[in-house]
Ligand binder design. Structure first.
Ligand code: AQP
Length: 331
């Protein structure tokens, strides 16, 4: 039997190079070996205010980007989180097994809520990891490919699984493993390389829909330093280190190989090479996206994905309901 892979992206904004290098680029590599469940985390997108029209557009976009990245919806189940109601149902069970202390220590929660008035922080933002754990648990996922920033939430899911299984003396929940790719773990903002490149924070982003001129301009003006050496040193040279990460990820080489390639280069030459690498990767990708975005493939993929996901998720939900003692009405 094939192992199970699950991953998702929130439709909170235009996808960035961070989303692409961190996770999107690698998904097609799993679809032959793993039974793959790949979803659009639209319920998660509601955890911060979002214009309904934009949410709709972003959702379509992500499906098109999934397909443009080489995912085949006859092999991978691509679906909307909101179209499989078991996610929300399991969430209302699992919310009882994670603790306020744990949730308040999550980096993403701390970052997203730091400028908010405490009494006006939505419960959904606070309890985000509970829904994410439910997403993972429903499919018995063995692996969850994510960027480095989401590793903490997968670790919390593992804690939840152990706690739940031990409390009920069962092995009904499977412990998932986060898979973070070697290079490209965390792509940082080009204007502030100490901050993650994030789709909901437009400063220093490269968007997957940016045209060639914009991409080149953004990379050529990326913040670096005045030391003129192209070496990886995250602490003292975060800008150059970020560009090395981007370059090595797109070229599928190690950071050391990238450093060697630019041993005698100046920053201008290096940045031009990074821009070439990004443009060469994104232009063909955008072409595929343009062919898909207004086609019927989006709906076709989502119907097929929903139907397959629903079967798996419903069976798991029933098992869990039984374990916690929810009464099953005999028909
Ligand atoms: N900068 C990044 N570098 C590497 N990987 C990244 N990911 C996100 N940003 C980077 C990975 O992309 C996947 C989808 O992310 P998500 O939409 O589920 O949530 P996120 O991590 O919160 O992504 P964003 O872009 O920062 O969204 P907003 O701004 O809405 O919070 C995940 O696997 C993530 O690790």
């Amino acid at each position: 039997m094939k192992k199970i892979m699950l991953t998702g992206i929130k439709p909170t904004g235009n996808l960035t190079l961070g989303n692409y290098i961190g996770v999107l680029k690698h998904l097609k590599d799993y679809q032959d070996e793993y039974e793959s469940y790949i979803f659009i985390a639209d319920l998660h997108a509601l955890t911060l205010p979002i214009d309904p029209k934009i949410l709709n557009q972003n959702t379509r976009d992500i499906v098109a980007f999934y397909l443009a990245s080489g995912l085949d919806f006859n092999k991978s189940h691509i679906f909307l989180q909101s179209s499989v109601s078991e996610h929300a149902e399991l969430n209302s069970i699992m919310i009882n097994y994670l603790y306020m202390g744990e949730l308040s220590r999550m980096t993403q929660f701390k970052e997203k809520s730091k400028n908010m008035n405490y009494s006006a922080i939505g419960l959904g933002l606070f309890a985000y990891p509970v829904l994410m754990a439910s997403d993972i648990i429903l499919y018995d996922a063995d692996i969850v490919p994510v960027g480095e920033d989401q590793r903490q939430h997968v670790e919390l899911t593992r804690d939840l699984v152990r706690r739940f299984n031990s409390r009920y003396n069962t092995d009904v929940l499977k412990e998932p493993k986060a898979i973070v790719n070697k290079t490209g773990k965390r792509i940082m903002s080009l204007s502030d390389p100490l901050k993650k490149m994030s789709k909901s924070d437009p400063k220093g982003d490269i968007y997957l829909k940016d045209d060639e001129k914009t991409i080149r301009k953004k990379i050529m003006s990326a913040v670096t330093d005045s030391d003129c050496k192209i070496i990886y040193d995250k602490e003292n040279k975060p800008g150059i280190s970020n560009l090395l990460t981007i370059y090595s990820s797109l070229k599928d080489i190690s950071i050391e190989e990238a450093e060697k390639e630019f041993e005698n280069a100046n920053y201008g030459t290096f940045k031009r090479a990074v821009a070439d690498a990004v443009v060469n990767e994104l232009l063909p990708f955008q072409e595929r996206y343009n062919q898909i975005i207004n086609s019927n493939l989006i709906n076709e993929a989502l119907i097929k994905g929903r139907d397959a996901a629903k079967i798996k998720a419903n069976a798991k939900l029933k098992e869990i309901q039984k374990v916690v003692g929810l009464y099953e009405i005999k028909q």
